[in-house]
Design a binder for this molecule. Sequence first.
Ligand code: AMP
Length: 286
Amino acid sequence: MLICHTIKEIRDFVRQARSRGLTVGFVPTMGYFHEGHLTLMRRAKEACDVVVVSIFVNPLQFGPREDYDRYPRDLDRDVSLAREVGVDAIFHPSVEEMYPPGFATHVDVEGLTECLCGLSRPGHFRGVATVVTKLFNIVRPDRAFFGQKDAQQALVIRRMVEDLNMDLEIVTVPTVREEDGLAMSSRNVYLSPEERRAATVLPRSLQAARRAYESGERDAGRLVELVRGMIAAEPRAVIDYVEIRSIPDLKPVSRLDGPALLALAVRFGSTRLIDNLVLGSPDGVL
Ligand code: AMP
């Protein structure tokens, strides 16, 4: 497995693969791998001849009071996990490599970034769209793989790819969960044992909403209240948002007639966790 730190190195690697007629799959990440990341890599491996994974904690997508500095990092462990999965190349650039002095261009996806995490994290999706555009231009993959755990991000990227005529396919992969249902996240390591136990209210509340939906409940307000009520009963949980919005436009909905996203963000101490449920889509994926 090749480990590249410069844009030139990874470009040379991909160029060679392409010249041999191989397809390129790409998994952008911020590292500190868990089973969710590894599942994306396995999916990429199944679907493409060559798999490139980027590891880059992107300062542009963190707010000034967010966890950029303390975001967990462990390159050695990530490299050995990626190797086990059969990844062909890791791209691990420095901040200076990605944002040299004078860097001035950003990508703004309007509309669907102006709700949910876009409200509580101003500038976050601008940072995501900008770095993903750069990474797509550097790696030029045939397919890129994103987790449904970050559903709004996946929808923003799809919109951007369509709007800017980027020539690749976006594949969304279902959320990988711990045994007790908590969505895997690099940020779960921040949780104290008590907060970790309390956080299981998130998957439990989403499952309750799914059962209510399957029993015929189509009123968005009542489904949201069901989830809010369960989370509010957990003293360590502080709700940022619980909302139901349409897929793919993320417009508010009052009745669930088509595919919809029940999305939530909840704080446990200083850790903000997100999770979601796709309703009204045959396979439960975005
Ligand atoms: P991150 O390193 O957190 O930026 O995540 C990199 C990619 O992994 C993104 O596409 C995420 O949506 C995806 N991902 C993160 N957690 C999970 C999970 N629990 N299940 C599936 N995909 C995930």
